[in-house]
Structure formats: C-alpha cells, structure tokens
Ligand binder design. Structure first.
Ligand SMILES: [Zn+2]
Length: 466
C-alpha cells in the first residue's frame, strides 16, 4: 500500500509537471520560472516555456524531466514552501513553477552528470538470463548532509524516483548503524573481540528453531572485523542482544533520521530481525540510509540530508534558509574505529564489499542483501548509496552477485577524487592482534593483523600463545 501511495504521489507530481509544461507556465507579468542555482551557476529552470530562452544563459544544460535530482528537489521544495507559506503541496508546486524563485540547490552538476552517465550505460547492470534488468538507484552526498547527485535506472519508469520516494529493505547495511557502532562506543566489543557465531534458539508453536541461519564455515568465534567483513548474521544478532529493541529503534529515529520506523502497530520494528538484520516493516529510503553512514567518515556526526540550502523570492527576500538537524552520534574515537572496521569490508579478501575497491583511494562500506541488494560506502570526500531490486519484490539476490558494489565503484571512478585518506582521530592507537584469539599479539602468535583501539579499551594479551 505504501508503495502504491508513493507511486500515486509520484504520478500526481509528474502529471502536474506535465500540465504545467503544456499550458500554465507561459511567462506573463506575474508568472516567472524559478531558477535553480548550483553553487553560483544557474543550473536550470523548472519551466519549459522559458526554458528555451533561458538555456542561453544556463551554464549547465539539463533537461528537467530526465533529471532525478530535480525530482527529489521538487518534492523537498514543495514540502518546504508549503510549510513556509501555509499552502497545500500542490499550490506550493505551482508557485515553484511560476513564482520566479531563486533556489540554491545542493546538486553538484559534475557529480550528477557522472552518475547519470554510469546509469545510462547498460553495461553497468548485470542481467540474469530470463529476467528483465532490475531497477536501481543511487544517491551521492557529502559529509555535511548535502545531497550532490541522485540517479536511477535499469528497466524502470523514470517518474518513480527510487532514491527518495521508495523504501527498501536495507538488510545487513543496518548492522554497522544499530549493532557494531554502539557496541564499540560503549566498549562491549573492540576491533578484534571474539563474537560467538551461533544462532539463537527461538521457541514457537512449532518447537525450538535456530535463528538466524548459521554459517559453520566461519568458525565458532569470529573477530569483530571478520564478522563485519563477512557479514555474519549470527554475530550481529549476538551483539544486538545487548540493546533493547526500543532503544535501538529510538537510535535509528532520533539520532540517525530514519523516518519510516514502525513501533505502534502489531507488525513493527521492535525485533532483532529488524534491528540486527535490517528487515524493517516499511523499509528505509536510500537517501536516509546514506545519510546515516556520514558518521563513519566525519568523526561521528549526523546531518539531516538536504537538497537545497535557500529559497529567495523574485525580489531577493529570503523565504527559506534551510537549517539542518545535526547530531553528534558517535564519539570521534568510535567513528575512527568503525571507519577502519568498515574499510576491511572492502579491502580484506573475504570482504563482501571487495568489488567496490578503488585504486589508491581509501574507502569504507557495507553491503546489504535481502530480496534487494544495497551498498553504502564512502571515500574521504563523498558518500554514496546504491540499491538494485525489483519493484514487484522478485528476489534480486540470486544471480546478481556484485551489482550495487560495482555500480558504486563505477560512479566513484568517474568523480574527481583528490583526498586519498581519511582524517582519523589520532588518539586511537594501532596494535597487532592475534587472528586466532583476538588478543594483543605476542611473538608466539602465528597469524597477526593490525587493529585499532581506544587506549581505555585494549584487548588483553593473547591467551593462546603466551
Ligand atoms: Zn595468539
């Protein structure tokens, strides 16, 4: 039903826009197209009648109907203007087309164009034999919540913006948010703690059932870094039990800005399946999922994602000066340790994010697989979230092994990336740990790795190789 309602909203906006293009936006004394600025450049206008004329002065020629960012922006603008001027969203939308506003958008035209170029290339997408291309969407933002690009594609109807209008199951992409970051923050685990790889026993009418599915190839105990790299469900569930579902969903809603969390109906998100494994009752918006990952690249902060910073009327009066919700979610040591843990998802040989690895640029990320596939990852400058899936719920996880990670990589390879390393909290110390015990390595340990620790939460010396 939610999906259907979203489709209708999308269709209404598309229709209103189409009608507007056909008849109601002729430039008269009172009607003036709004101008969208990206940085100091005029990016585009929302009105077709004036578009032909104004393209002369456009620095970037973009056809509005084919631009996904414009769709997300319109939706955000009509909501903001409706509130600011006490209008219905439909009236606000008309105002935006005819009102002569000057809108300062967060879009980065270079990044938008790069993302669209990747999505326009059918070689970007894997295709399973006998199935149509899956739908896909991507959001790119910076570490202060400014959405820089939105795109989508596959075999989709382009009026349906899957990045900002459709919710999807984030799956394991939720684990770093709800489980691991909180456990590192309160020192219940560290970079190399051993976590039990065993299912819970769920009692039901059918008897005792082990849950979630147990992967016995991994070992009975798994280090934190390995549990994340391999995305071991049983480990996430073991750690998630430290927190009540009520606390976890409050964290998702209040600290990380997820707007679709359900707590007040019989089917809700107050379960380990939702909080540890990301099977949310209503799913999550891709741009909200992306925004939640900011904290792993900016020292622990959350900024509400935005599509514009300011709206001025035709006389230059400021109508909306956008203020963002801003939270300090993690202490900076925890943010650094999480950044290093999630870097291994991409860099370690067993990491599920390995296909996203960029040459010479550090990156962190996490995959999520349900009937949809997600990848959220960041470089020192930008953060991106990509999803692939079918609108009708057909399982995309079989046969589409790498899609979101590869799409993410293709987009990031198109960007001008100048920073190669993250700024880390230098009070976090590095120590060699024993891969078998997770303890600080002795000279008798046979296999060791480098771990990242708070000085106040170091592991004990390896007990296996004293
Ligand atoms: Zn050892």
């Amino acid at each position: 039903m939610v999906l259907k309602a979203k489709r209708i909203v999308a269709a209404v906006i598309a229709l209103t826009f189409a009608i507007c293009l056909l008849c109601s936006c002729k430039s008269t004394e009172n009607s003036l197209p709004s101008a969208i600025y990206a940085g100091n450049k005029l990016y585009y206008t929302f009105s077709k009648d004036d578009f032909s004329e104004s393209t002369k002065q456009l620095d970037e020629k973009v056809i509005v109907k084919d631009n996904w960012f414009a769709d997300s922006l319109l939706s955000s603008l009509s909501e903001g203007l409706a509130k600011a001027k006490n209008l219905s969203e439909e009236e606000a939308l008309k105002e935006i087309f005819n009102g002569g506003y000057k809108i300062y958008a967060t879009v980065n035209p270079n990044i938008q164009n790069a993302a669209e170029k990747v999505f326009a290339d059918s070689a970007t997408f894997e295709q399973r034999e006998g199935y149509p291309y899956a739908q896909s969407a991507a959001v790119i933002m910076d570490y202060s919540g400014r959405v820089l690009a939105v795109t989508g594609g596959g075999d989709g109807d382009r009026t349906l913006n899957r990045a900002t209008r459709i919710t999807r199951q984030p799956g394991s992409a939720i684990k770093p948010l709800t489980v691991y970051s909180r456990a590192v923050m309160d020192n219940s685990i560290n970079y190399s703690s051993l976590i039990f790889n065993k299912p819970l026993i769920i009692q039901s009418l059918n008897g005792a059932t082990p849950w979630p599915k147990y992967d016995d190839t991994v070992g009975a105990e798994v280090t934190t870094v390995q549990a994340l790299a391999r995305s071991v469900n049983t480990c996430a569930v073991q750690v998630a039990q430290n927190y009540t579902a009520e606390d976890t969903v409050e964290f998702l809603q209040n600290d990380l800005g997820f707007s679709t969390i359900v707590t007040n109906q019989s089917e809700n998100d107050l379960s380990l399946s939702a909080t540890a494994l990301g099977y949310l009752t209503k799913g999550a918006y891709l741009y909200e999922l992306c925004a939640a990952y900011q904290m792993f690249g900016n020292g622990g902060k959350y900024f509400e994602p935005i599509f514009y910073t300011k709206i001025e009327d035709r006389n230059g009066n400021v109508i909306i000066n956008k203020t963002q919700k801003e939270n300090i979610v993690l202490d900076s040591q925890t943010a650094t340790i999480m950044n290093r843990l999630l870097k291994e998802v991409i860099e370690s040989d067993e990491g599920t994010g390995k296909p996203a690895e960029l040459k010479g640029i550090e990156a962190f990320g996490k995959t999520g697989t349900t009937t949809d596939k997600h990848f959220v990852g960041g470089t020192p400058e930008y953060l991106g979230a990509v999803y692939t899936g079918y609108d009708d719920g057909t399982d995309v996880s079989v046969g589409y092994t790498k899609s979101p990670t590869l799409i993410w990589k293709k987009i990031f390879e198109e960007l001008e990336l100048t920073k190669t390393t993250f700024e880390l909290d230098n009070s976090v110390i590095t120590k060699k740990f024993c891969s078998a015990s997770g303890g600080l390595a002795t000279n008798k340990c046979t296999k060791t790795e480098i771990g990242y620790y708070k000085t106040t939460a170091l592991p004990t010396i390896c007990a296996l190789h004293k």
